[in-house]
Design a protein around this ligand. Structure first.
Ligand code: HEM
Length: 455
């Protein structure tokens, strides 16, 4: 975002850096290292720019820093952006002008650079003129706690014990932190150093503004927060002529005092009411997961407990939506979750048959069960990843694979959809669509791990 132009609203955090890593002003391999890692999470729904923002939030949070609000919706640039990343040999006036162009005051610049330089350091192999030691492993750290996001970058600078190579370099021309930190007679550095909590909150504020510096055409969401209860559907497929299997997990935001004392029950609404006077049990009981205590945690102290379920539902009545009730075993107290009155919806028009789907070599077969009442061609829209010139981040293109109708099973037709996936696309996503209905964002990774089972 260093080259953002506030006046025109261009540049900002758009991941254009992926095309700029061989520029002299971006010396070092940090960004290619970052993209090599974030590519594992890059998909048709997640931009590389959002992943850079997420990486900032997680790196800072994991190193003891503050919780930076994370908004998403960034759009990736398709080519390199303007030159102009600040460099250590440039003078203070140049740095002030660069930050001002991007919409940041001198005080903002001081806080942003100081907060950025509480972690890591200068590499001898990249900047031997600063470190005066060009050995591969030599890194001179900005403060004495280089892997902790703490106030030491400011206190050590103010008390004169700093070993920050951009403050005490032998060649004073390269001392950009010394010039920047002192640009307002140390007023901002003193505020940062005044107490650890102030440091954390000032850094959270400036980093929030930094990662939200985006092109004016981009609209970001509200900050993401984990929702109290989140259902994950792992399989929703036809088992035989009479039944549909619904398998999933509920992620419940919980606490150490209660994670073992909660039980989750689902109540569902059938798609069609049972015929005549037959009754239908619409309760789905979940079981607390056991693997690794069935818990997982977020980096800001969140604790989640997982509750699993798997049921065979009659295909004739099926399911339209469900709600969840959490009961405290010790007190009997209950809390209901109904997705803001909508219930958690399920559409059984198009079912993905994960067991019948597979990939042998590069030949993928996706099988879907489509309600016979649907009179529309069935297609899979498959995201294809391919290498792109000048960047480590792959390009994504959506291919359409056509379905062929096969066996009839009860109220459904099985449809087989075939296509070719090269290794770079083994881990991607697809939607299955039939007219207005469909299932979205299914993963292809599991396809390669098994044979296609006969129905
Ligand atoms: C005038 C502005 C800035 C200048 C001249 C500057 C300069 C530098 C230099 C020369 C390095 C060493 C890079 C290497 O050896 O690979 C560095 C590292 C670093 N900078 Fe800056 N920087 C500036 C602003 C910022 C800002 C705003 C942030 C973040 C908010 C930041 C975060 C970092 C981090 C985390 C490292 C350590 C990288 C590592 O250990 O691999 N810098 N900076």
């Amino acid at each position: 975002m260093a080259t953002y132009d506030k006046a025109t609203g261009t540049g900002g955090l758009d991941a254009s850096i992926q095309f700029e890593t061989d520029r002299a002003e971006n010396a070092g391999d940090a960004f290619n290292g970052t993209f090599a890692f974030t590519n594992n999470y890059y998909s048709i729904r997640t931009s590389a720019a959002d992943l850079v923002a997420l990486s900032t939030v997680l790196a800072v949070g994991n190193c003891g820093g503050p919780k930076i609000p994370l908004r998403v919706g960034r759009v990736d640039a398709t080519e390199g952006g303007a030159l102009g990343v600040p460099e250590p040999q440039q003078d203070l006036d140049t740095h002030k002008k660069k930050f001002a162009k991007a919409g940041f005051s001198t005080e903002d610049m001081i806080a942003m650079v100081a907060c950025g330089h509480t972690m890591g350091g200068v590499h001898g192999k990249t900047f031997p003129e600063i470190t005066e030691n060009n050995t591969e492993s030599n890194v001179v750290h900005f403060d004495s706690s280089e892997s902790t996001f703490d106030v030491k970058v400011a206190t050590e600078y103010l008390d004169g014990t700093t070993q920050n190579p951009l403050v005490i370099a032998y060649n004073d021309t390269l001392n950009s932190d010394k010039r920047i930190f002192g640009a307002d007679n140390n007023v901002t550095m003193k505020a940062l150093a005044s107490d650890p909590k102030t440091f954390q909150s000032m850094c959270a504020d400036i980093f929030e503004r930094m990662i939200d510096t985006v092109p004016s055409t981009v609209t970001l969401t509200e900050p993401l927060e984990p929702i109290p209860l989140k259902p994950y559907i792992t399989s929703f497929s036809l088992t035989n002529t009479t039944h549909i299997t619904l398998t999933g997990r509920i992620r419940l935001l919980t606490g150490l005092d209660r994670y073992d004392d909660e039980r989750v029950t689902l109540t569902y609404t059938p798609r069609t009411l049972p015929a005549g006077n037959s009754t239908l049990i619409t309760t789905i009981v979940t079981s607390p997961a056991n693997f690794k205590l069935g818990i997982s945690s977020g980096i800001f102290g969140e604790l989640f407990k997982w509750h699993e379920f798997s049921v065979a539902l009659p295909a004739s009545t099926s399911i339209k939506s469900f709600t969840a009730t959490v009961t405290r075993v010790s007190t009997g107290a209950t809390t209901s979750y109904d997705n803001a009155g909508h219930g958690y919806p399920l559409d059984d028009t198009v079912l993905y048959q994960d067991r019948q789907s597979c990939r042998i070599g590069n030949d993928a077969t996706i099988v879907a069960a489509i309600r016979r009442s649907v009179d529309a061609p069935v297609v899979a829209k498959v995201a294809r990843k391919y290498a792109k010139q000048g960047t480590l981040v792959p390009a994504i293109e959506v291919e359409e694979w056509k379905g062929e109708v096969g066996q009839e099973v009860g109220d459904y037709n099985l449809v087989s959809i075939k296509g070719v996936q090269q290794p770079e696309s083994y881990s991607t996503h697809f939607d299955i669509l039939a007219g207005e209905s469909g299932v979205e964002y299914l993963g292809t990774s599991a396809l390669g791990q098994k044979e296609c089972e006969a129905f």
